[in-house]
Design a protein. Structure first.
Length: 220
């Protein structure tokens, strides 16, 4: 893999273009999802179809947003500044990291070996996370995915809510998990390429049939 780091703003047209049609770390858990009794996952197929649509149309699928999510994004800078101050950390904001046919939008890189993932949580969720003091399992794929794509050794998971203590969990590189994840991402991308080719061939077949019909009418 060849890692590329882009410094444009997240949410910009350049950022949207860079991530169009490729699985990103925030959805790696979806790529790795299994359905009932190990069968096909509905959410995985939905994500597959979404990315296929992006590749064929060249348009990024707009993500869902609500008031809580918007507020969380607004608080991200406060969380980042708090983390940097408490840890005296050398942080670098980046727009997007692309490594092969996969990418990530990390909240920051830290020094030369680490990175930062910030999540805001409502008070009751933050209290539960503080009491547990561990990485929430639903964020493992994203954090390990960031480590993998950014070629880092560790990643700090930070959970934040105003007036409550900041939670920091340092997660170290898990090469065994990453190997499994890489195989799942490769398989997903292979399915994605096959799906896109089928749709493009569908268009070609339709055009051929259309031309044949026109020629038949004209010949008649």
């Amino acid at each position: 893999m060849t890692m590329e780091i882009f410094d444009f703003a997240q949410g910009s047209d350049e950022w949207r273009a860079a991530r169009c049609g490729i699985p990103t770390s925030s959805e790696f858990h979806t790529v790795m999802a299994k359905g009932k009794d190990g069968g096909a996952s509905v959410t995985r197929r939905k994500y597959l179809l979404s990315l296929a649509g992006e590749i064929v149309t060249g348009e990024l699928t707009d993500s869902y947003s609500n008031g809580h999510m918007d507020r969380g994004r607004a608080m991200e800078d406060e969380a980042r500044e708090t983390y940097a101050f408490i840890n005296d950390a050398d942080i670098r904001r980046v727009g997007f990291i692309r490594n092969g046919k996969k990418g990530a939008s990390p909240d920051s890189l830290v020094g030369t070996e680490g990175g930062l993932e910030i999540k805001t949580a409502l008070a009751h969720i933050q209290i539960d996370r503080l009491l547990r003091g561990t990485l929430p399992p639903e964020h493992k794929a994203q954090v390990q995915g960031n480590i993998w794509l950014a070629e880092r050794e560790w990643w700090d998971f930070v959970s934040f809510w105003p007036k409550l203590p900041l939670l920091k969990v340092r997660v170290f590189r898990d090469d065994i998990y990453i190997k499994t994840m890489a195989a799942e991402i490769d398989a997903f991308n292979a399915e994605l390429a096959e799906m896109v080719e089928r749709i493009r061939n569908y268009d070609r077949r339709s055009e051929i049939l259309k031309n044949q019909l026109v020629q038949s009418v004209m010949g008649g």
